[in-house]
Design a protein around this ligand. Sequence first.
Ligand SMILES: C[S@@+](CC[C@H](N)C(=O)[O-])C[C@H]1O[C@@H](n2cnc3c(N)ncnc32)[C@H](O)[C@@H]1O
Length: 284
Amino acid sequence: MVPINYGGRIESRGPETYRSQSLLDTIFQATGLENFQGSAVVIDLMSGPGGIALNLQKKASRHSYAVLDYDQEQLAKIGEHEPVNKILADVRNVSSVVKGESVDIATARYGIKDIPQGQQLQALKGINEILRPGGVFVLTDMISLEGEGLQRWLNIQHSQKQQLSGREIEKEGECYIPTEKEWLAMLKEVGFEAEVFGYYTSPISTGDWLTGNQFGNPKSPEAARKKAIMDEIIMNAPEGVKKAFNVRQGVNGMEIDYPVVIIRAVKKVAESGLPTAGDLYAAS
Ligand SMILES: C[S@@+](CC[C@H](N)C(=O)[O-])C[C@H]1O[C@@H](n2cnc3c(N)ncnc32)[C@H](O)[C@@H]1O
């Protein structure tokens, strides 16, 4: 079941981050594809319309690329002529649809935060399982700021927006934006050596959510009502929150800067010369 109508979104009219070439360039650098020896197997998870995979493919075309998303409409936004394999699947089951230790590079942007807190570790574990030892996972996602009420406010605000976009939290659970420390700790727990590769600030306006179809047809009174709810939530944030996230009044609605981290996580190679799971598969 796909709870939110992601497929109905028009990313090119949504938040600026979906058009940011500088963020795509940072993700490319973090993958290490530029200096990869041989031909890599690359997968973009929770790919949406494939912005990441298509950009990597353009920059390093000799490798093989796949995208994975659980929303057929999102995958359909990627033209059939594009050189990427499409996989329709839930990332929480990635290790049952993609062969273990078969992937060199995996990426995921703005996806894992939308998985409920209690399931994020499991999803990251599956991603670790499909990577070869030494393989790289580049996570690009929002971070909660540590500090009085900041994490709680950001999560409530984001969850409200998701619910106004159609998420039914009773069925699907609530999204959760970890702090940088929590992201790193989860990645380490599932077997990665993880470190921050870079930061990015994602400027958002409630007007972007409206024009990007995140509240349904932007011309409908219903969408205008949902935007007004978000404007009010952001406008009435406590002063400390407003300062931390640079909340301001913009031309098309309230504006806020979301902090984003780019983490490069490398799957640990088995120690002590014992065979890895990959060696065992190869031998059988
Ligand atoms: C905010 S969009 C980001 C799309 C893309 N990664 C990008 O940055 O342009 C989140 C995407 O994750 C997908 N998604 C959400 N939960 C998923 C899950 N459990 N399994 C697979 N895809 C999922 C949605 O369909 C949507 O396309």
